[in-house]
Design a protein around this ligand. Structure first.
Ligand code: ADP
Length: 550
């Protein structure tokens, strides 16, 4: 018998297949996955390395782990345990990172709240999520007090910094009384719920996406690998940590043993200063954050020697903003995902043939949403009518669907919405895209944002992409305006660059005519600040209302 000939199958006996016999799961070879393990490991491996920097404060991995164990034991001593919801209302401070590890240590569920919401919506989340405790940072004490009054039932309140909330326990006092060696057990089952994240509600009522320990662990690793985080990395928090748990980067940074730099407010001067001061190597943000960096006033800019990797996502970045950031010395990585997918689900990976492309074509490719992260099982674009994958021709539009271990468990207390979102074994994103021959997806619009003019579909993103190429335009949003002849026509709302005179609408329309099919050219052009959601996305429904009233 040569070594290439098939071998006879191993003999089966009454005890079953040899590969299935006496090869059991034991604690030696099977541990439920949880992101908490990543911190325990980092503390054991690089305990003296700086894990978190906040102004003058520095926490080593040893400090961070001990503080998380103290917090977990402090919360446990107040009766918080398995599957209790612990909400947190805080800016990007170290305590926010601590909560992402301490609460799961107890098997409890962390519910990061969007700090830019009003008290009524916060109260809604606290009630809907069944919060038993609320950790609140001083900056949001008033908001929390109003929300608590509206909620009308007592909660365990833990206050970071000085607040006037009655009966609040000071965070540091809770930690002081806590046990730095607290023996956390972790979840018995990795499918156990870990986080509750309300979607930002760009397209409707907030829904509470539930994450599992397993999903968060895998997403942490997927993110670290995709973004190239290592123990040498310095990650700047330009993304709100309440948004999809900071796209899972609190866990990803710890998986890599990187250093996280806290930042309360996204301001260009602070971003440039921290990049230079701490040798920042990585940051993430919505296109609006990149735009803010790219158009920072001269006085706010500081030069730095390193090339900063900058992941953009949350909304479609135009090729213009990608190009501008690269010209400033940043290296841009385009990610796409949703709250429902623990943040990034796809990444625009450079393909070998890109080296032959012109600059303009390369930036256009970088604006594609790309291919699944290593830890996502699959992404596909399907025809909404037949539910079959569309051809990979870069032309046929369908809905992006995602599948894998980093898709949410479902929406809390909303079985109908869960069934709709996860129908047929795929997460239906509601994003309309084409599928290219190289396997990458490219979003054309959200289902609700597409403009139908004279029976033709117009991708608002495509029109915005062209408008953004005009030298005076900083931000563009195109929505449908009712049109007596065409049904709908594209209506453009534009923000101009600081210190720039707005061009006339005729000039912009002429600019578009030279660069796109006539039916896609906006018929109406308006200037002014664009309404944005708390996560920096343009509120197209507000603009649609405005366009309807014109
Ligand atoms: P909301 O749905 O309330 O805006 P999410 O933060 O979950 O809350 O938003 C996810 C959505 O954001 C996606 O479904 C998609 O429409 C949009 N999005 C995220 N990343 C990108 C991207 N890179 N390009 C285009 N759209 C994006």
């Amino acid at each position: 018998m040569t070594e290439f000939e098939p071998r006879p199958a191993p003999a089966r006996d009454a005890g079953g297949h040899p590969f299935e016999r006496d090869l059991d799961r034991t604690p030696a070879n099977y541990v439920p996955l949880t992101p908490v393990s990543l911190l325990a490991r980092a503390a054991a491996a690089v305990g003296a390395r700086v894990a978190v920097i906040d102004g003058d404060r520095r926490l080593t991995y040893g400090d961070l782990y001990a503080r998380c164990r103290r917090l977990a034991s402090g919360l446990a001593s107040r009766g918080i345990g398995r599957l209790d919801t612990v909400a947190i209302l805080a800016p990007n401070v170290p305590e926010m990172i601590e909560a992402h590890f301490a609460v799961p240590m107890l098997g409890a569920v962390l519910n990061p709240l969007n700090t830019r919401l009003d008290a009524a919506t916060i109260a809604f989340s606290l009630a809907h999520g069944g919060a038993r405790a609320l950790i609140v940072e001083a900056e949001y004490a008033d908001l929390a007090a109003q929300a608590l009054a509206e909620l009308g039932r007592p909660l365990l309140v833990v206050a970071i910094g000085a607040t006037e909330i009655a009966d609040a326990i000071p965070y540091e006092a809770l930690l002081d009384a806590g046990d730095p060696d607290y023996a956390w057990a972790g979840p018995a089952d990795e499918w156990q719920s870990l986080c509750l994240l309300y979607t930002s509600g760009t397209t409707g009522d907030p829904k509470g996406a539930v994450y599992s320990h397993r999903g968060a662990y895998l997403q942490a690793l997927g993110n670290a690998v995709t973004f190239g985080l290592t123990a040498e990395s310095v990650y700047l928090w330009t993304l709100p940590m309440f948004h999809c748990s900071g796209w899972s980067y609190p866990w990803a940074s710890v998986a890599a043993c990187a250093t996280q730099i806290c930042l309360r407010k996204v301001e260009p001067a602070a971003i440039f200063r921290l990049i230079a001061e701490h040798g920042v190597t990585h940051l993430c943000g919505a296109p609006i954050v990149l735009s803010m960096i790219a158009h920072a006033p001269e006085a706010d800019r500081v030069t730095f020697p390193q090339r900063v990797r900058c992941a953009v996502g949350g909304a479609a970045p135009s090729s213009t903003i990608i190009r501008t950031m690269e010209e400033l010395g940043f290296q841009v990585l385009h990610l796409y995902g949703a709250t429902e997918s623990y943040g990034p689900a796809t990444v625009c990976l450079a393909q070998p043939d890109w080296t032959d492309l012109s600059e303009a074509d390369r930036y256009a490719r970088m604006a594609r949403q790309g291919v699944p992260l290593a830890t996502l099982e699959a992404a596909q674009v399907v025809d909404p009518e037949t539910d079959r994958p569309v051809p990979r021709d870069g032309m046929t539009v369908g809905e992006i669907c995602l599948r894998g271990n980093t898709v949410m468990k479902g929406y809390l207390g909303n079985p109908e919405a869960t069934a709709r979102a996860l129908a047929g074994g795929w997460y239906r994103t509601g994003d309309l895209a084409v599928w290219h021959p190289d396997g990458s997806v490219e979003i054309k619009d959200r289902a609700k944002d597409i403009i139908i003019s004279g029976g033709e579909n117009i991708s608002s993103l495509e029109v915005e992409e062209v408008l953004m190429r005009h030298p005076a335009v900083m931000l563009a949003a195109v929505v449908a305006r009712p049109d007596p002849t065409w049904g709908e026509s594209p209506c453009a709302f534009l923000e101009v660059k600081p210190g720039t005179e707005p061009p006339t609408d005729r000039e912009l329309i002429a600019f578009c005519r030279e660069r796109m099919a006539r039916f896609k050219v906006p018929k109406t052009v308006l200037f002014g600040p664009l309404p944005k959601t708390s996560t920096g996305k343009i509120q197209k429904f507000v603009l649609r209302d405005r366009a309807r009233g014109l």
